[in-house]
Structures are given as structure tokens and as C-alpha cells.
Design a binder for this molecule. Structure first.
Ligand SMILES: *Cc1c(COP(=O)(O)O)cnc(C)c1O
Length: 382
């Protein structure tokens, strides 16, 4: 198979073709970014309505060969819902929640893994492995099952029981580790090296990012090819934040949108906030967080590979990074359930709590349009 896209290192000048199973840049160890020789013509906007509402409606924007069928379960096409109680309480014109809990497997990890498993299967992988805080393990197990690939997942033994049960449900080989996600990552790398399994850990391969890019494409289409003023995103590895930043850049270069990029706000827990810390000290890379502790397990990423890219996305768009204590993010998630009927995950609560702080600080003003990301379903954490 030949591929129309190429790979460019996010950190150095290295480039590569896309054959086989690319992982990290062999020169400097940083993530690859996918580059397309030409971007889709804006005329395509008019015919999108004939396609199903899944992320693959944007197939021309994604790493897919012409006649290839993706490994798909209808991921994407999630609702963008107004939250009137939040608008009224904060005196804001428009606040939406992008409700990613409606994806297959209950989280937006489905988008990244649909793209990554499609490419891994196409590149000849027979087995997949990754460390997980929960949702990525569930999605990899499900998409791996669908593609007929063996999956081995390394998860901390304190991961919520429902998430672990879901990983087992899809038939993955689940290894529980007495330690945090960093230790799980070492184990997954060692297994990949010894047994030839392909490591689909966040940003360790270039295609989960492309799947997450559809968050930005979809948001733009749902808003009639305009963009909101502010996006609040619960940041662990940063894939979604970086993916949307890439989406808005590509959309603008292709002439599909003219709006400037939304300000991107990265939200973390005070129990694990390497991006916030680097942002506040003016550093261009994150320092490993020594003792990551938070119930928002998607945010429990002490040393994100995409730290540098996340910081660039936040700074270039004029956003900030902000941390919320666990009791406050849990309380905000409960309010989304009780006042809006949304079963938000703790990470979804974190962005609401952060919005309240940013409004109180005057960073986000009354005339702004704001999108909050509820990245997964609350029931998975119970
Ligand atoms: C993985 C995850 C996150 C963090 O996503 P990144 O794009 O890696 O920053 C946030 N929320 C939930 C529910 C997650 O599963």
C-alpha cells in the first residue's frame, strides 16, 4: 500500500514516509505529526450532509488510503448541548458541552483508537499494548477485538473497577500494576520490545492524534464552519488539545474557516498538573510530576510526551492552563448531572469548575462563546 501522507517530527527536521508501523521520531524521540500533501477543497463542505455522522465523514482529512475501510463503531458525531444553568449562573452568552460520553466505549478515546487501530492493522501489527488510566484501555480492547488483534493492557491496580471490568469484557489481557501510569508505561514498552506488540500509548504513534483531530473538525461543522471563542479541555496526555489545534490550523489553511483559533485552556487537577506548572513558570517543556494523585484518572499523566506541543497550543492561541482540586471537580461533575442531566466524568467536572474560576478572574468575559469538553461517561468511574 502507498500512502498519500507523510510524517514530520514535531521537534526536529526529520521526515519519513508512512510505511509500516511508525512510532516516535528515531532522531530525537519526539512524536511524529501527519502531513498531507494537499488538504480537501472547501467544496466538499456541501456534500458532507450525505454522509453518516461519524468521525469518518472527514475521511479526506484522515490517514486512510482511498479504498480502505476503517475499524469503526460509529465514533464521533457527538452532541453539542447548551447548558442554560451554567450560562445563567455565570452570566455568559453561550456555553456548550461537547458530550463525548456518547462515543462507543463511553469516552472520546474511541476517536483516537479507531484511527490508530485502523493504521496498526493496516501496517501489519498482530498485537497491541499500552499503559492506561482506564478509558484508553477500554477503547483499545474494543477496537482491537474488532480488528482481530491481541491486546495487552497495563493498568494501575487502583483503577476504578468498572473500567477494569470493561477492559476484561472485550477480551484483553489485563495486567494490574502496583504503581502509577509511568510504571505501567515501562512495562508496556518492555513487553512491546520483547514480544513485538505494537505500542499505541498516547503520542507514541502518530494516528491517535489524527483521530482526536476530528474533535475540532466536528465542532467547526456543528457551529456552521465558525469557531467558539474559548475551549476548555481536560488535559492528560494532551492529544485532544493538540489535535484540535492541528484541526483548526488545517481548516484555515484549506479555506474551510476564517475564524481565528479559539483560545485553548488546559485544565488539570492540582494532584497532577505538569502542564499548569510549566505554563506558570514560563517553561517550554513539562517536568515529571512526582506523585500523581487524582480521581480524574484521564488527567493522571505525570510526564506527557506531548507536553511541549500542549504548551505551544495554549500559548499560541492566547489561552492559559489552570488546575482544580479534586473535591471541586467532583462537585462540579455532580452539578452537571443534577442541573443538566449530563453524567459527566470527573474530567468533565474539572472544566466546569475551571470555567467558574476563569470567569471570576475576568479571563473569560460575558460575551464569549465557550465549549466545555465532557470527555467521558461518569458511570465508568463508579
Ligand atoms: C484520556 C482522557 C483525558 C485526557 O485526554 P488527553 O487528550 O490525553 O489529554 C481526559 N478525560 C478523559 C475521560 C480521558 O479518558
Amino acid at each position: 500500500m502507498t500512502f498519500p501522507w507523510t510524517l514530520a517530527c514535531s521537534n526536529c527536521d526529520a521526515t519519513s514516509d508512512a510505511a509500516g508501523l511508525p512510532s516516535l521520531c528515531p532522531v530525537c524521540g519526539h512524536p511524529w505529526l501527519v502531513e498531507y500533501p494537499s488538504l480537501p477543497d472547501p467544496g466538499l463542505r456541501q456534500s458532507l450532509h450525505t454522509r453518516p455522522w461519524t468521525m469518518w465523514r472527514y475521511r479526506e482529512w484522515l490517514p486512510l488510503a482511498e479504498d480502505e475501510t476503517p475499524v469503526s463503531m460509529g465514533e464521533g458525531g457527538t452532541p453539542l448541548v447548551r447548558v442554560p444553568s451554567v450560562e445563567a449562573a455565570l452570566g455568559l452568552k453561550t456555553v456548550w458541552v461537547k458530550d463525548e460520553s456518547q462515543n462507543p466505549c463511553g469516552s472520546f478515546k474511541a476517536r483516537g483508537l479507531s484511527a490508530a487501530v485502523t493504521r496498526a492493522a493496516g501496517g501489519g501489527a498482530t498485537a497491541l499494548t499500552l499503559p492506561t488510566a482506564g478509558n484508553a484501555g477500554v477503547a483499545t480492547s474494543a477496537y482491537g477485538a474488532r480488528a482481530g488483534l491481541d491486546v495487552r493492557v497495563y493498568a494501575p491496580d487502583f483503577t476504578p473497577p468498572t473500567l477494569l471490568a470493561q477492559i476484561r469484557l472485550y477480551g484483553a489481557d489485563l495486567r494490574l500494576i502496583d504503581g502509577h501510569i509511568g510504571i505501567c508505561g515501562q512495562q508496556a514498552r518492555a513487553y512491546a520490545q520483547a514480544d513485538g506488540a505494537f505500542n499505541v500509548s498516547t503520542l507514541c504513534e502518530p494516528y491517535r492524534l489524527e483521530g482526536k483531530k476530528t474533535l475540532g473538525l466536528e465542532l467547526a461543522e456543528q457551529l456552521g464552519w465558525t469557531l467558539p471563542g474559548c475551549i476548555l479541555y481536560p488535559t492528560g496526555g494532551g492529544t485532544g488539545l493538540i489535535g484540535m489545534w492541528k484541526a483548526f490550523d488545517e481548516l484555515r489553511r484549506a479555506g474551510w474557516i476564517t475564524d481565528p483559533s479559539p483560545r485553548l485552556f488546559s485544565v488539570q487537577s492540582t494532584g497532577c498538573a505538569p502542564v499548569v506548572q510549566a505554563f506558570e513558570t514560563g517553561a517550554d517543556a513539562t517536568e515529571p510530576w512526582p506523585d500523581p494523585v487524582t480521581v480524574a484518572s484521564g488527567l493522571r499523566v505525570p510526564a506527557p510526551l506531548g507536553g511541549k506541543l500542549s504548551l505551544r497550543a495554549i500559548r499560541e492561541t492566547g489561552g492559559t492552563a489552570i488546575a482544580v482540586p479534586d473535591p471541586e471537580l467532583e462537585e462540579a461533575a455532580t452539578r452537571l448531572a443534577e442541573h443538566e442531566g449530563l453524567d459527566a466524568c470527573p474530567e468533565g467536572g474539572a472544566v466546569l469548575s475551571a470555567l467558574e474560576k476563569l470567569v471570576a478572574q475576568g479571563v473569560i468575559g460575558p460575551d464569549e462563546s465557550v465549549v466545555l469538553f465532557n470527555t467521558g461517561a461518569g458511570w465508568l468511574y463508579r
